[in-house]
Design a protein around this ligand. Structure first.
Ligand code: TYD
Length: 130
């Protein structure tokens, strides 16, 4: 699997308002099996704090902005997401924390697998020892 990276989505610019889409496997390198979104997040909240064993995700700031910090067990990297026409591809095996949500921010996530609690590692020590 590839490293985490930013994916640029198509942006149809229009004076009536811009439009971005994701279709089939053209924009993300996996079949989308689930979409969820997180919103009304207080500015001092921390979301995420887990790793996935198998799920690939693409995290999109469809409104507002927030930071995503990825830890691979050795190195940490922080991405600030603020453009609705880009997404952060997160392969499995990365501990992710989402924070510094702006007012009105909406975090939409495209996921490669249905929700399954067994796919989560929610304890950081367990993640580091895996
Ligand atoms: P959680 O994984 O803690 O959210 P975060 O993105 O901050 O890590 O999920 C919160 C709750 O929502 C938890 O009880 C699991 C549930 N949930 C689902 O039922 N389906 C889903 O697709 C997701 C992502 C979470």
């Amino acid at each position: 699997m590839e490293l985490p990276h930013i994916i640029k989505f198509p942006k149809i610019c229009d004076p009536r308002g811009n439009l971005t889409f994701v279709q089939d496997n053209c924009q993300v390198p996996f079949d989308i099996r689930r979409v969820y979104w997180v919103y009304d997040v207080p500015g001092d909240s921390l979301r995420g704090s887990h790793s996935h064993r198998a799920t690939v995700e693409c995290i999109i700031a469809v409104s507002g902005c927030f930071d995503v910090t990825l830890h691979d067990g050795t190195n940490e990297q922080t991405f600030t997401l603020r453009l609705p026409n880009e997404g952060l591809l997160v392969p499995p095996g990365y501990w992710r924390t989402l924070q510094n949500f702006s007012s009105g921010a909406v975090c939409m996530v495209l996921a490669s697998l249905p929700y399954d609690e067994d796919d989560y590692i929610r304890d950081f020590d367990t993640f580091m020892k895996r």
